[in-house]
Design a protein around this ligand. Structure first.
Ligand SMILES: C[S@@+](CC[C@H](N)C(=O)[O-])C[C@H]1O[C@@H](n2cnc3c(N)ncnc32)[C@H](O)[C@@H]1O
Length: 174
C-alpha cells in the first residue's frame, strides 16, 4: 500500500471496517500498527483469520479480526481505512457511515478512504462512488481533506471497472 510506504499516516491503532479477507489489516500490522479488522460476514472473518495466520511471521505490530457491525463498534483509532466498504453499503446508510467514522477517529487521526468504483453505473452493491459524494458526506461533519485526488491509471485495479481516488481526511478543531 503506497500511502503506508510514504509514512504520511499517524502511527498507532488502525481500523479496517468491512475488511473482507483482511489483506489491509496485514499491511497495517506489517508497518507496526495495532490493526483491527471488522466484518459482518462469518465466512469473511474465517478466511481473514487464515490470512492473518499465513502472514503472522511478517507482522511488526498486532493484527486481529473480529465479527461485528461497523455501526455498533466502539473504540478509538488513529487511522481508519475505508476501501470498498462505503460502496458496499446501501445509500441510506451513508450519513451514519460518516457519523461513525467521526465517532471512532482519535484526535489527530486520519480517515483514509479509497474511493472506488468511480464509474457510470446504477444500482449496487458496489454502488457508484465519486470524490464529490464522499466530500458531501464528510465535510459537513468537519472533516477536511489533506489529500484528495484520482489515482493514476496504473495504480487502479487492472481489469476492474472503475477508477479509484484517494482521500486523507482529518477532523478540524471544533
Ligand atoms: C466489498 S467487500 C470489501 C472487502 C475488503 N475491504 C477488500 O477490499 O477486500 C465489503 C465488506 O463489507 C462487509 N460489511 C458490510 N456491511 C458491514 C457492516 N455494517 N459492518 C462490518 N462489515 C460490513 C461485507 O461483509 C464485506 O466483506
Amino acid at each position: 500500500m503506497q500511502v503506508l510506504k510514504e509514512g504520511v499516516l499517524p502511527k498507532g491503532r488502525a481500523l479496517v471496517p468491512g475488511c473482507g479477507r483482511a489483506y489491509a489489516v496485514v499491511a497495517f500490522a506489517q508497518h507496526g500498527y495495532t490493526a483491527t479488522g471488522l466484518d459482518l460476514s462469518e465466512t469473511a472473518v474465517e478466511e481473514a483469520q487464515q490470512v492473518l495466520e499465513e502472514n503472522r511471521a511478517s507482522l511488526q505490530g498486532e493484527a486481529t479480526v473480529a465479527l461485528g457491525n461497523f455501526f455498533e463498534t466502539t473504540g478509538t483509532f488513529d487511522v481508519i481505512y475505508d476501501y470498498t466498504f462505503l460502496c458496499a453499503l446501501h445509500p441510506d446508510a451513508r450519513a451514519a457511515w460518516a457519523q461513525q467514522h467521526k465517532k471512532l477517529l482519535a484526535p489527530g487521526g486520519t480517515l483514509f478512504t479509497m474511493i472506488y468504483p468511480i464509474t457510470e453505473k446504477t444500482g449496487g452493491p458496489p454502488f457508484q462512488m465519486s470524490i464529490e459524494l464522499v466530500q458531501s458526506l464528510l465535510e459537513p461533519l468537519g472533516f477536511k481533506a489533506s489529500r484528495l485526488e484520482m489515482l493514476p491509471d496504473e495504480l487502479c485495479h487492472p481489469g476492474r471497472e472503475g477508477k479509484t481516488a484517494i482521500g486523507l481526511w482529518q477532523l478540524s478543531e471544533q
